[in-house]
Design a protein. Structure first.
Length: 199
């Protein structure tokens, strides 16, 4: 019975086995989140990134910068509305300020802009076609289901039913939209990773 250890004792044993964190790891844990906070503040308010970064020196500054870069890169999203477009512009401006390889950043921005343009032009047309097609298919399925329930002699006026507000239609439309956007998001994720890695 004396062999049974308390949860506290087991936890303390595990903690004692964990190696001491390196100085670099401790700096990252301390300053990376400060960079994330700085980037979030920059995106919401008018904050001068470079003057804020001047408050840090050496490795501290490097980790703050990396934290900020991470948040700014992840903030770039498909231009679904004006707010997203504004955030994209601000995030991209901020990244350009923080990165040393300006031409590398600009090359990636060209690829990102191509994805954005394709999404807003051809993507919009695809979404409209898919929406109308889904509406027709859903209306046919709904009419068939209602006739089966009410009997074939019953007449159902589909104009009385707002298909676009039907919960199942909305769920299906979200699923289709996700499929249509997946290809764009895949490219965007790749470019975000590349942005983070650029010096």
């Amino acid at each position: 019975m004396g062999d049974i250890k308390s949860a506290f004792e087991i936890a303390m044993e595990k903690i004692s086995k964990i190696e001491e964190a390196t100085l670099e790891e401790r700096l990252k844990w301390k300053f990376f989140p400060k960079g994330e906070q700085l980037a979030a503040k920059y995106l919401k308010e008018d904050v001068n990134l470079l003057s804020e970064l001047n408050n840090y020196k050496g490795d501290d500054r490097m980790w703050v910068t990396q934290g900020a870069v991470d948040v700014l890169a992840r903030s770039i999203d498909l231009p679904k509305n004006d707010a997203t477009k504004k955030t994209n512009r601000k995030a991209m401006d901020g990244l350009k300020l923080l990165k040393k390889d300006k031409s590398g950043v600009e090359n990636l921005y060209s690829k990102i802009r191509y994805v954005f343009n394709h999404y807003t032009e051809q993507g919009e047309q695809q979404r409209k076609q898919a929406y109308e097609q889904l509406k027709v298919q859903f209306a046919a399925k709904l009419q068939q289901a209602m006739q089966q329930q009410l009997g074939t002699s019953a007449r159902v006026n589909m104009r009385d039913i707002n298909i676009e507000r039907h919960p199942q239609f909305l769920d299906e439309w979200r699923r289709v939209q996700g499929q249509l956007e997946a290809q764009y998001i895949e490219h965007l994720n790749e470019y975000r990773k590349e942005l983070i890695e650029i010096p």
